[in-house]
Design a protein around this ligand. Structure first.
Ligand code: ACO
Length: 372
């Protein structure tokens, strides 16, 4: 198993936001716990972040991209409505044997994708699955709307799942949804229900719209409920859980969940202060940070739990694997991966160049025929 994360360099602090809309650092910290968020720059799309996280996960697992058989990208902010962002990632990785698709379950997306990846491996159909949560929420929030602009950030996190006979990995998963709550958290236009038009743009219907109070209530109820059920399904009790890694939407939601579960807040991984709500990326980014800084130890039990647009919720119990690959052993493989990435970029350039040349030659031929 490997893990990786990627966030854009650009940081937007609460004070930066206070210069843009009528808000304050004090209000944002008190109501949400958020102090800053990372946001993409012009021209930086979701694929760039997903790719950064994926490469780090492959590095960590010391895996060859050509071993990957399936890539799932959980996102609600794909680069384009089509093709899938997962296909862009597949191509840039040189993962030539992988199927690839996007999955949209809002902020629960990563845990949904993890459950799908685990099921594909458990069924014996696939041995290596790359699961990514990536979102660029800064591209869909209305920067003039203080009720949503202060909440979100951009980022990506990934895990590489590999079939194993050892007693670790995903022990149980739980997925839930309630479409009756669709309007609580929605980007109304741009799909088939409300096609993009000048009017929809003028009315701001391509931005996130949210009923904050109702989503808060739903989240504060669902987070502990889903945790309790999935832990029971894994045959464990809450005492046996070392870390709960919840969706990072609001520190108050996490505090309320801790209270309801009667667990100390120290057992929760919280980094909403540094990243804001990065949607499908929030759970894997928190997982990566806790794994990288040594909080998560081999053999420990983790609960990953998310909630979001749909409405959706999802939870998974993991037993953390024992040892990561040795760095020295990986040196040659690293060179190989770097070569594969370069080749993938070159191949894409050639492919695009050739298809443009073919189109141009076709047009020239047509013109010649008309002229003759
Ligand atoms: N700065 C200053 N004041 C603000 C701001 C702001 N950024 N935003 C709202 N206010 C004001 C409101 O206008 C309101 O003023 P009023 O009393 O004069 O009307 C007051 O603050 C209180 O507003 P509330 O909405 O009641 O504030 P609340 O304490 O509920 O916090 C928040 C709002 C942070 C949005 C909270 O409701 C929340 O976290 N909800 C859940 C959000 C969430 O989890 N989203 C998940 C998304 S997941 C996905 O799939 C994308």
């Amino acid at each position: 198993m490997g893990w990786g994360k990627c966030v854009p360099e650009k940081v937007l602090t609460n004070d930066d936001l206070a210069a843009m809309v009528d808000t304050s650092d004090e209000w944002i910290v008190e109501r949400t716990g958020i102090r800053q968020r990372h946001v993409v720059g012009e021209g930086q799309a979701t694929t760039a972040l997903a790719l950064g996280a994926a490469r780090e996960a492959l590095e960590r697992a010391d895996a060859d991209p050509r071993e990957v058989e399936l890539i799932i990208v959980a996102t609600l902010t794909p680069d384009h409505p089509m093709p899938a962002t997962a296909c862009q990632v597949q191509n840039a990785l040189g993962a030539t044997r992988a199927g690839a698709f996007d999955l949209n379950a809002g902020c629960s997306g990563f845990v949904y994708a993890l459950a799908m990846g685990e099921a594909a491996i458990a069924a014996g159909t696939y041995r290596t699955v790359l699961v990514i949560g990536a979102d660029t929420m800064s591209t869909v929030v209305d920067w003039q709307d203080r009720s949503t602009a202060v909440l979100f950030g951009d980022g990506a996190g990934a895990v590489l799942l590999q079939a194993t006979l050892e007693e670790h990995g995903v022990l149980a998963t739980l997925l839930g949804s309630d479409g009756a709550g669709d309007e609580l958290l929605m980007i109304p236009a741009g799909g088939s229900a409300q096609r993009a038009s000048h009017d929809t743009v003028a009315a701001g219907l391509h931005h996130v719209q949210m009923n904050g109070r109702q989503v808060y209530r739903f989240a504060a109820r669902m987070l502990p409920e889903a945790t309790e059920v999935v832990v029971r399904d894994a045959g464990l009790t809450l005492d046996a859980v070392d870390w709960i890694i919840p969706h990072q939407a609001n520190a108050r939601i996490i505090e309320a969940a801790a209270q309801r579960l009667q667990l100390p807040l120290e057992r929760f991984v919280i980094n909403v202060d540094a990243y804001g709500n990065t949607s499908a990326a929030s759970v894997p980014i928190a997982l990566c940070e806790a794994a990288d800084d040594g909080r998560i130890q081999p053999g420990q039990h983790l609960v990953l739990v998310g909630f979001g647009a749909g409405l959706t919720w999802a939870a998974a119990v993991l037993r953390w694997p024992t040892a990561a690959p040795e760095a020295q052993r990986a040196a040659l493989h690293r060179i190989w991966r770097a070569w594969l990435y370069r080749w993938a970029a070159l191949r894409t350039g050639l492919w695009r160049g050739l298809s443009r040349l073919t189109i141009w030659l076709g047009r020239l031929k047509q013109r010649g025929r008309r002229g003759g």
